[in-house]
Design a protein around this ligand. Structure first.
Ligand code: SER
Length: 381
C-alpha cells in the first residue's frame, strides 16, 4: 500500500461508520494556545474532548500533521520523526472505548491485512474493560501503569490507553512491547475518561470520549515491509543520492530536519531567537552542523527544488519553493557568520579547561553566542 492508499483505507473505514472528516490544521496552533506546535491529532480537539459539542458531530476522523521536539535525540533511529502525520478517529461520547478497540482490530486485520499473531497490546492495569476486550479479540496483552496513561499536558482530558504494537522482527514474535524493541507501536486508543484540574483532581467525563492516533509513517514502514520510515515512499523525494555523502544516522537526521524545516516554514514560521522560530533555527543549525563536520563548504543552496516542492505539495501548503529556499539560505548565512566569529573565541576559552556555566554565560553576554551554538562548536573538534 502506498501512502495515499493507506490514508484512504483509514479514512474510508471510519467514514463508513458514520465519522465525518475534519480538515487538517496548521502545525501552528491558534493564538492563545499554550503549546508551540500541534503535537498530536487530538490537540485541536481538546475543548471537545473536554465536553463541548463539536459542530461536525460526535464521530470524527482526520489526518493531522504533528511536530514533536521531545523525541529529537531519537530522530535518526528507524521510527522517530520530528514532523509526522497522525491518522485519528474520535468518539465524542458517541461510543465507548470497547467499540473503538473492536473497530481498530478489524481495520488492522481486514483493512491493512496484518494478522493478529503479529500484534501485541499494552493496557493500563486498572482498565479492565479494555483488558477483557483484547482477551475476547484474542490479542496478547501486557499490563503497565505509567506508560499507558495519556494526557496532553498537566491539565485537561486524559485517561488510560491501549497501545497497539506490530512485530517487525525476522523471527516469529518474541517477548513483549516493553522487553523487545522489535515490537513497534503504531496506534494508540485513549479512553478519555477524565478531566484533570489545576489542583490535580480527576473529574470523570461521561459518557467517555475516545481519541485514537496512528503514526502514518510508522504504519507505512510496516505495510511496505521496510526497515525504517526513511525507506517508505513518503521519503522517496528526499533520497539525495550522493549530494552529501554522510553516515547513515547523519543522513537520516539531515533528511528529517530539512523536511521538518520545510513543513514548518510552509506553515508560516520564520527563524527567530525564541519560541517556534527558535525550534526552526535549531533544526536548520543541527543540519548544518552535521554537514559542516564533514565539509564546511557544503551548502543548502545545493539542495534540489524537487524535495521541497513535493513536501509543500504533500502537506498542501501555499508557500512557494523560492520562499522556502530563501529562508533556509539566509539562516545558513547567519549561522556561518556566527560560527566564524565564535570558533576562535570558544577555542581560546576551551584551552583553559572544560567550559563552566560561567563560561557559557560570558560567551553569551559578551559575544552573543548561545549555549547550543557553543556546544556545536565544541562538538566540531
Ligand atoms: N493522543 C494520543 C497520541 O497522541 C492518541 O491520539 O498518541
Amino acid at each position: 500500500m502506498n501512502v495515499d492508499q493507506t490514508v484512504r483505507t483509514f479514512l474510508d473505514f471510519y467514514r463508513e461508520r458514520g465519522h465525518l472528516l475534519i480538515s487538517e490544521h496548521s502545525l501552528v496552533p491558534p493564538p492563545g494556545d499554550p503549546v508551540l506546535f500541534t503535537t498530536s491529532g487530538m490537540h485541536p480537539l481538546t475543548p471537545y474532548l473536554s465536553g463541548r459539542p463539536h459542530p461536525r458531530g460526535p464521530r470524527l476522523v482526520n489526518l493531522q500533521r504533528c511536530l514533536r521536539t521531545t523525541d529529537l535525540d531519537e530522530v535518526g533511529d528507524d521510527t522517530h520523526l520530528t514532523v509526522f502525520r497522525m491518522l485519528g478517529s474520535w468518539s465524542l461520547g458517541s461510543y465507548p472505548g470497547v467499540q473503538s478497540l473492536t473497530w481498530g482490530h478489524e481495520l488492522i486485520r481486514d483493512g491493512f491485512g496484518i494478522d493478529s499473531d503479529r500484534l501485541h497490546v499494552t493496557v493500563h492495569e486498572d482498565d479492565l474493560e479494555s483488558l477483557r476486550t483484547w482477551e475476547r479479540i484474542g490479542v496478547p496483552v501486557e499490563l503497565t501503569r505509567d506508560e499507558n496513561w495519556w494526557s496532553n499536558g498537566p491539565t485537561g482530558p486524559c485517561g488510560p490507553d491501549s497501545e497497539i504494537f506490530v512485530w517487525t522482527g525476522d523471527t516469529p514474535p518474541e517477548g513483549t512491547p516493553t522487553t523487545d524493541p522489535r515490537w513497534v507501536e503504531v496506534w494508540n486508543h485513549v479512553m478519555m475518561r477524565y478531566l484533570r484540574h489545576e489542583d490535580g483532581r480527576l473529574e470523570p467525563v461521561t459518557p467517555e470520549r475516545v481519541d485514537t492516533g496512528m503514526g502514518l509513517e510508522r504504519m507505512l514502514t510496516i505495510l511496505q515491509r521496510k526497515r525504517s520510515v526513511y525507506d517508505t515512499d513518503v521519503f522517496r523525494p528526499w533520497r539525495l543520492d550522493g549530494l552529501w555523502p554522510l553516515d547513515e544516522r547523519s543522513q537520516r537526521v539531515v533528511t528529517d530536519h530539512l523536511r521538518s524545516s520545510v513543513v514548518v516554514i510552509g506553515d508560516g514560521v520564520r527563524p527567530s531567537p525564541n519560541g517556534r522560530g527558535y525550534v526552526l533555527r535549531r533544526l536548520v543549525r543541527r543540519v548544518l552542523t552535521r554537514l559542516w563536520r564533514v565539509d564546511p563548504e557544503w551548502t543548502l543552496g545545493d539542495l534540489p527544488t524537487g524535495p521541497i516542492e513535493s513536501t509543500i505539495d504533500h502537506f498542501g501548503q501555499p508557500t512557494g519553493v523560492g520562499q522556502v529556499r530563501e529562508v533556509l539560505l539566509s539562516e545558513e548565512d547567519r549561522f556561518r557568520r556566527l560560527m566564524t566569529r565564535g570558533r576562535p573565541v570558544v577555542t581560546r576559552r576551551r584551552s583553559r579547561g572544560p567550559l563552566t556555566d560561567d563560561d557559557f554565560r560570558y560567551l553569551h553576554d559578551t559575544y552573543g553566542l548561545p549555549r547550543e551554538l557553543v556546544v556545536d562548536l565544541l562538538e566540531e573538534r
